[in-house]
Design a protein around this ligand. Sequence first.
Ligand code: RIB
Length: 301
Amino acid sequence: MILVFGSINVDVTVPVPHLPHPGETVLGGDYRLLPGGKGANQALAARRAGAEVVMVGAVGGDGFAAVALDPLRRAGIDTTLVRSLTRPTGCATIMVGAEGENMIAVASGANMAVTAGLVPDALLGPRTILVAQLEVPPAETMAVVERAHNAGSFVLLNIAPAQPLRPERLAKIDLVVANQHEAAAIGPQPAEIAARACCSLVVTAGAVGATAYLADGEIVRVPALPIEPVDTTGAGDTFVGVLAAALDHGAPLSAALRRASAAAGLACLAHGAQSAMPDAAAIDAAAVRLPGAALPSPGAA
Ligand code: RIB
């Protein structure tokens, strides 16, 4: 089972011909009001990939709450631990440029009232993979990370948005996922960080693919799917959710990384963070199209 402790947002997305400079106004296309939030996106990606998922977080008592939560519920994610609070539902304003690149500002709202106490001890144990990010208060995230680690859960932390993390904190985490900019927040030498903290560090690099630095010094490189991106919003979240789902199904890390990379590529083919997240069959089909040797899908004999 995958337990996602994290943010839930509504995304107000505007396509623009180019991302504006400070002080510049850019005229864009029609806006879209879409479900988002790194936590919710990762939960949905894992669920579409076939995992059982429990979401822990918070929304407001406003109209945006249903926009954010309905897709999770329809997909079969357990949202009984999502609190409804008096603060507004989290809302991200997102500009998407002509080549799918984006700029994001988040009004965190109810996400900033999420606490570690929302997670019951009974959900933490060796059969749980904890997936967390840093869009809810980092101290609360770290409190859940510590409890999950002590209970024998596998802990996957996506350090987004970027935050420096002390080495003793990294030691409680099995797998850290960061994009290139976020990885720089924890240090310049990913291989050294992984060895010192005894955790694995996956650095994603968009069209170039991803590199995993393992605690024992091994380095695993995974290519990206060759695509023409429409909107890269949520690609990193898809990578994280699908990686967690594959590990939950018992896949070795190298195979799980290939599935995650293929899924992240597919997620860039439509507007919005969640619209193009693939299901397990689509990931199977895309994973064999990745450059390099094909690996069996999790659960295959
Ligand atoms: O990672 C993409 C997400 O970041 C968006 O859905 C937005 O809500 C922000 O949280």
